[in-house]
Design a protein around this ligand. Sequence first.
Ligand code: AMP
Ligand code: MG
Length: 323
Amino acid sequence: MARVSAYPMVQVGEALETILAYAEPLDVETVELTKARAHILARDVAADADLPGLPRSSVDGYAVIAGDESAELEVLEEVTAGRLGIAHVRRGSAVRIMTGGTLPPGADAVVMVEEVEETDGRALLQRRPRRGENVHPPGMDLARGQLVLARGTRIGAAEVGLLATVGCARVPVYRRPRVAVLATGDELVEPHETPPPGSVRDSNRYALMAAVEDAGADIAWHAHARDDEAELERAMRQGLAVADVLLTSGGVSMGTRDLIKPLLETMATIHFGRVSFKPGKPLTFATTTDGKLAFGLPGFPVSSLVTFEVFIRPALLKLASAE
Ligand code: AMP
Ligand code: MG
């Protein structure tokens, strides 16, 4: 007589809804700026001050008064980035200024160095500047209090730069999901090994680990277990202990060595054990009493990655508040 699965078949939509209903966003933590990359920002971040705070030159040149008609200008001093000068620019005078230098009081424009001839401390302008030319006014880049990054933003290189700019050195982020990956099967050997007759290399573990990291989660633990009840149980419990999510590969079909479902029953509540989905019908989803998610993925390499994409990736994104 054909064996019949004890698990009712659920539709894809219902399976996804069930998974997402149990995938509760993880808590917020604070990380150093150097560790913020690839996290999801947990709070809005605003500019702490005007940027620039003072008018600044955007070129190397000479700070002058735009309406000054003097034939020659006396160069009073030099202002470089980060050092405020002491001179006050009046008609007939100028201050040599470098990119990023603070505009001296009195000046209202900067003429590029390419358009000025300086000899013996006297500058000859080849062109009269417009008022405000080559000057970054205060608040031009960012105004104090302005929203810079919204909660839910994925932090990449540009976002790290913005966080640094506004002084957000300790960054509130959502904790990244920790995932345990367990490959099962007596026939599996490691990728560096030559499989003896009847064996295959374990590819699912490594493919799933890469998929987990692509989805913005971290690998907390990974292992291989043989199709042995005691060994599998030990490994599954170990994985669940250190992770938010356990992914197993293989052992969920109807074979006599398919032990994952009955073992999951002993440590978690199974919400479904069959989905109307090909490839990947035997996908199994369970949760533990302490809110951890366990997925039994099918062993065929294509099935395991396809079910990951359709069912597990959305769960990891929701845990990370990154939908
Ligand atoms: P199972 O679901 O355990 O019956 O496995 C179904 C098929 O997938 C079998 O041919 C297995 O050898 C293969 N398989 C299971 N696990 C892996 C794995 N980690 N890497 C590569 N193939 C696997
Ligand atoms: Mg197997």
